[in-house]
Ligand binder design. Structure first.
Ligand SMILES: [Zn+2]
Length: 423
């Protein structure tokens, strides 16, 4: 066990940032299973074979070669697709969604259009619940873009479409801070100050009416021109995209601490044993359940000829792309069971990276031996317990009273009894 214990999700070789970070994400995922026990799909993520399109009856470990280096990953496993809560699925979809947005921005620039990055916030307090504020904020956002005044805004600034994302951070001083990021596509030059003033007046009135704290003029609505797509993507919050980079570094954490913690940071602190963070993260997971991560206004995807793909399509697409990479080893249902049982998913990937197929096979054999030994020990324990049960404790049938063995007879008594209930 000691030899195996070293090659689990908690073990990483020194100066190997990617494996270190991946190990952390697997640990965080295990924590989500514990915190959200009712979401069965979460626990199957990366632990079972993919039963969707392209199911072959086995999964694989593939070696991916990128310009940043080589790494191994699972292919053909089930993905839960819980983009708010799963630290394994979220970055996959976020990376692909970010690509769509980058494509839209490039297309807009080619057409001579401008892209604005707008953030809507409101004043909030420590004692307000996330669920209530989130609901009110969604209503306010819908009202902001509805009716004749919104049409006048669109005409005045030449707005052709919007991409919206909701974000949240948590600060110890002011509690939950939900806010909206919008990329607004306009077909004429728009003055940032003029636009932010007009937007602020409308947003402030609507937010207050919806029961949110009145926004502050300096921060209620902020507007910035997006000059190139890369900059936009790094600043624009596609939820989970920060996980897609290989370095969710300590610098990121420090930055988060100052301006409040992101849900991933809460989950990480929860995984490291902080109970308050666990409680807060659960509140976040429940409030955001079922919400879309990114919303495109009607017709915008058509305008830039971007295909309408669901989260599931993106996950399947990623899986198909992985199939083109070099296969290291095939994994069957029982292999995945072993990897899950011994918390060895990251361990298996690390061994695949360092030692290739033979290494993983030897590792799986060790896990199998361990599993067999455990089963044998369990069987022996059960047999010993059974021997201790004394036979006189088992009641022979002859000792039972006669009426207990007989079927109830359908005599006249039962007839009269049933008639009692007929009116
Ligand atoms: Zn998942």
């Amino acid at each position: 066990m000691s030899a195996l214990g070293k090659i689990t999700e908690s073990c990483t070789p020194p100066d190997y940032a990617r494996a270190d970070y991946r190990a952390e994400r697997y640990r965080m995922q295990r924590k989500t299973w514990e915190l959200l026990p009712n979401r069965g799909r979460l626990t199957a993520c990366c632990n079972a074979l993919n039963t969707g399109p392209g199911d072959k009856g086995y999964a694989t470990i593939r070696k991916v070669t990128e310009f940043t280096g080589e790494y191994c990953t699972f292919q053909g496993v089930m993905r839960c697709g819980s983009l708010w809560t799963c630290p394994i699925c979220a970055p996959i979809v976020a990376k692909r969604r970010a690509k769509e947005i980058a494509h839209a921005i490039d297309q807009a620039h080619q057409k001579g259009q401008k892209v604005l990055f707008v953030t809507f916030t409101f004043r909030h307090q420590r004692n307000e619940t996330l669920q209530d504020n989130l609901k009110a904020m969604s209503t306010a956002r819908a009202k902001f873009w509805a009716g004749n005044p919104a049409t006048r805004l669109k005409t005045r600034f030449g707005i052709v479409g919007r991409i919206t994302a909701t974000e949240v951070t948590h600060g110890e001083e002011n509690g939950w801070h939900p806010h909206i990021h919008e990329l607004i596509f306009v077909d004429q030059y728009a003055d940032e100050t003029e636009l932010s003033n007009v937007f602020f007046d409308r947003w402030s009135a609507i937010a207050t009416k919806c029961g949110l704290g009145t926004p502050i003029r300096e921060r209620g609505v902020t507007v910035r021109h997006v000059c190139d797509s890369v900059e936009a993507i790094s600043k624009y919050a596609v939820f989970g995209s920060e996980l897609a980079s290989t370095e969710l570094t300590s610098a990121h954490t420090k930055q988060g601490r100052k301006g409040g913690r992101t849900p991933w940071e809460l989950l990480r602190d929860a995984t490291n044993g902080d109970k308050r963070s666990a409680w807060l993260w659960k509140e976040f997971a429940e409030a955001f359940y079922g919400r879309a991560t990114v919303y495109w206004s009607k017709g915008l995807k058509d305008l830039y000829s971007i295909e309408e793909l669901s989260d599931e399509d993106h996950l399947n697409g990623e899986d198909q792309e992985l199939e083109q990479h070099q296969e290291v080893i095939k994994l069957y249902k029982f292999d995945l069971y072993l990897l899950r049982k011994y918390k060895a998913r990251n361990g298996a990937l690390q061994i695949a990276e360092l030692l290739g197929e033979r290494g993983v096979r030897a590792f799986l054999n060790q896990l199998l031996e361990l599993d067999r030994a455990e089963r044998e020990a369990y069987r022996k324990r059960l047999a010993a317990q059974f021997r201790n049960v004394q036979t006189r404790e088992l009641i022979p049938t002859s000792a039972l009273p006669r009426h207990a063995l007989r079927m109830p007879a359908l005599g006249r008594h039962s007839k009269t009894r049933s008639n009692q209930y007929v009116n």
